[in-house]
Design a protein around this ligand. Structure first.
Ligand SMILES: [Zn+2]
Length: 306
């Protein structure tokens, strides 16, 4: 196994990194202690390269160092700048952050975390969704309701999902704004510009509004890709790296991959778990997905493609 994976690239996926407690379990927010331990491990055991360099080499069929890793963050959480960055800077680890351009500057996270924030703070004791009543009387019940509702909303057309969300927010007494100091807040252009100039972090597109692309019409998909591309080019000078929202094999199609290439992106990162060999599909790169419930030994196994 070690020999087979030596020639493979492990693209690690994070979302946020936090030192603050959350009202109930949030898979996307890894505690800073675990993140630090993983960064130390990567710095000691891997050649951690910028994503652009890995894409360059895979495109040109040039060899990669043994045990290559890439660090990525989806959604553009602000705590990547405030909490993860100082840790990565200490280890001189390069990373790529995929931002949702329509949310940059609003501090608001994608819809799954807006629903998380709303369910965490609602004064109501239950919510009805598709004929089922979900009690919200304990943190565990709020967590179950949030997970089940998100899972279902990811399976339906984007327009229907937005309708359901509006109805859910109405029942829950409105959708409170995420404050800039919340672990769920996202970065602004000032922070993105500052990090970009620092040279250790690159930025890529994670669409303009974070819909699941396979649940959108071809026109809406093209709009998501071109709009975020144009904004990133305008702000940062380039936009050729892309990560699919949600990113499982059902969340994008062959048409999505073709559209990505047509609109000037050079890669598409999925969340399909695994490593990438020399002949990997650049528009379907696999990742090692790290969630808040993952122990260090499981992380080490995932890094060798276990
Ligand atoms: Zn995302």
């Amino acid at each position: 196994m070690a020999r087979r994976t030596r020639a493979s690239v492990a693209v690690v996926m994070y979302h946020g990194v936090t030192r603050e407690p959350l009202p109930f379990f949030n898979w996307c927010q890894l505690d800073a202690g675990s993140f630090e331990q993983q960064m130390r491990f990567l710095a000691d055991e891997y050649a951690v390269l910028p994503l652009t360099e890995v894409v360059d080499r895979l495109t040109a069929h040039r060899p990669l160092p043994e045990h290559t890793a890439v660090v990525t963050f989806d959604d553009g959480f602000r705590n990547v700048a405030t909490t993860a960055y100082p840790i990565m800077e200490r280890h001189q680890i390069h990373s790529t952050v995929f931002v949702v351009t329509g949310l940059v500057g609003t501090h608001q996270p994608p819809w799954t975390d807006r629903l998380f924030q709303t369910i965490a703070n609602t004064p109501v004791s239950s919510v009805t969704f598709e004929g089922t009543d979900w009690p919200l009387t304990t943190p565990e019940r709020r967590s179950s309701a949030h997970r089940a509702i998100c899972k279902r909303l990811k399976q339906i057309d984007n327009d229907r999902k937005e309708e359901h969300l509006r109805e859910l927010f109405r029942q829950l007494g409105g959708c409170p704004e995420v404050s800039p100091d919340s672990p769920l807040a996202t970065m602004g252009w000032d922070e993105i510009g500052h990090l970009s100039r620092g040279g250790l972090i690159s930025f890529g597109s994670h669409t303009h509004t974070h819909p699941i692309l396979s649940r959108c019409s071809p026109e809406a998909q093209r709009e998501e890709l071109t709009r975020s591309r144009d904004i990133l080019r305008d702000r940062l000078g380039s936009a050729d790296l892309f990560a699919y929202p949600n990113g499982t094999r059902g969340d994008f199609t062959d048409d999505t991959k073709r559209l990505l290439a047509e609109t000037g992106y050079r890669c598409g990162l999925a969340t399909v778990p695994g490593l990438n060999g020399a002949n990997a599909d650049l528009f379907e790169l696999r990742r090692v997905n790290v969630g808040a419930d993952e122990g260090f030994s499981q992380f080490q196994l995932n890094m060798i493609g276990w």
